[in-house]
Design a protein around this ligand. Structure first.
Ligand code: GLN
Length: 428
């Protein structure tokens, strides 16, 4: 690997598409690895896309990064993302906004937008590290035309990941192909005693005949051209011997509100530690009370969306509203998990569009309200609430923009979704 060329390319692509918050001038290794900026990398600036961490240099590597370094990875840079992962389009960014390599007037998808754009545009990188809470790997993978693999919750250690919502966060992969995504996943899985939610389980063993389920709720309110394209691929799979069944996930319509209540509740508590004392932005605190100092640092350090989410998240778990919102959302989560459990009694994998639209233009995103942005996550939040594995694969183009189909599997059945994904890839 010619490290000079890799570094030059990264700089060039960054100029064109705003991919990196930090490019590692000391890059060295067998292969280049771009890492989402909310994952700790020893001695390399790690901001989680926020001004509040503008000067945070971790003294350690996240477990996933440590594992990849052992396999020869050199960190090429830290990629642009929505602040703390708060977004669907990578437009809630404190530093710069990444542009889609297929059309720079359009977004990359969020929140792992920089990692997806790098994989879409780089000649040298085969995979990059992303992270998802409610769809942040699937969405940018679909919008940028790359493969996105979000593993089962707990399969990859979260140690060293700057939390958005602990019960949902997963580290995963953006890659040029299913094979590359799967080989990167193999390098990062494994039990880690430093993460109490990390599991000992291995992935399953591939079955011979895989039955595919088509959940009808995932095709409503989707750009019709995307539906047609995804179904074309499903027909091809059927012709090649996969059994296809229509099924229903009846609680899908409650997934967005439940997700945002749970994710924001957790986010608002997680962000409390950014108070200008231990990490990141800090001022002289002389003669100031804690509340005054804390407010000053947070007013300057957090962006608009982070502030909105702190307020919403705090509100829904306040005494008096807890039962009405937070506890109710947890019950809905259980119903959504049950939907998937029922489905996986009948079929092995589910196939649906990854996103309901093609990558929107920046001029279109500006016109969307926060609520409209949140509802764009309708196809990705339920699988994340359940913690099941997801694979997003490019499946053609609409309006010259790539689109993705997502293959969802049962817990620890990454092998099933990978097997179907490899078949889909053969169709080109
Ligand atoms: N768009 C979702 C949100 O804003 C998901 C983001 C993510 O997975 N980090 O919460």
């Amino acid at each position: 690997m010619n490290t000079k060329k890799v570094l030059e390319e990264a700089k060039e692509l960054d100029k064109k598409y705003n991919i990196f918050i930090t490019i590692n001038e000391n890059f060295d290794g067998k292969f280049p690895l771009a890492v989402k900026d909310n994952i700790c990398t020893k001695d390399i600036l790690t901001t989680a896309g926020s001004k509040i961490l503008h000067n945070y240099y971790p003294v350690f590597d996240a477990t996933a990064i440590e594992k990849l370094k052992k396999r020869g990875a050199g960190i090429i840079g830290k990629t642009v993302m929505d602040e703390f992962g708060f977004g669907t389009f990578s437009t809630n960014c404190a530093y710069k906004i990444p542009k889609n390599p297929h059309d720079p007037k359009r977004c990359c998808g969020g929140s792992s937008g920089g990692s997806a754009a790098y994989i879409a545009a780089s000649k040298y990188a085969e995979f990059a590290i992303g992270q998802s809470t409610g769809g942040s790997i699937t969405c940018p993978a679909a919008f940028c035309g790359v493969v996105g693999l979000t593993p089962t919750y707990g399969l990859v250690s979260r140690y060293g990941l700057i939390d958005y919502a602990n019960s949902l966060d997963k580290i995963g992969v953006l890659a040029k192909s299913v094979e590359k995504a799967s080989s990167c996943l193999q390098m990062i899985i494994g039990h880690d005693s430093k993460d109490s939610t990390s599991v000992k389980k291995k992935q399953g063993i591939q079955k011979k005949k895989i039955t595919i389920g088509i959940p009808k709720e995932y095709f409503a309110n989707v750009d019709k051209r995307i539906v047609v394209q995804v179904m074309k691929y499903v027909k091809k799979l059927e012709k090649d011997g996969f059994k296809v069944k229509k099924i229903s996930l009846p609680h899908t319509k409650y997934a967005v509100p439940a997700y945002y209540i749970i994710a924001l509740s957790e986010a608002s508590t997680n962000l409390a530690k950014f108070c200008g004392l231990r990490y990141g932005l800090s001022y002289s605190s002389e003669e100031k009370g804690f509340n005054e100092y804390f407010s000053e640092v947070r007013t300057a350090g957090f962006g608009e969306e982070a502030k909105r989410r702190i307020i919403l998240g705090t509100y829904v778990r306040m005494a008096g509203y807890r039962d009405q919102y937070y506890l109710k959302a947890l019950k809905v989560r259980t119903l959504i998990i049950r939907d998937f459990k029922e489905a996986f009694k009948k079929v092995d994998v589910l196939i649906a569009p990854s996103m309901p639209m093609i990558a929107p233009k920046f001029s279109e995103i500006e016109k969307l309200t926060s609520l409209q942005q949140y509802t764009s996550d309708i196809l990705t939040v339920a699988p994340n609430l359940a913690g099941i594995p997801q694979l997003s694969i490019p499946c053609g183009f609409v309006d010259k923009m790539p689109i993705g189909m997502q293959i969802l599997g049962d817990y620890f059945r990454e092998d099933d979704i990978i097997a179907v994904g490899k078949q889909v890839e053969k169709y080109g």
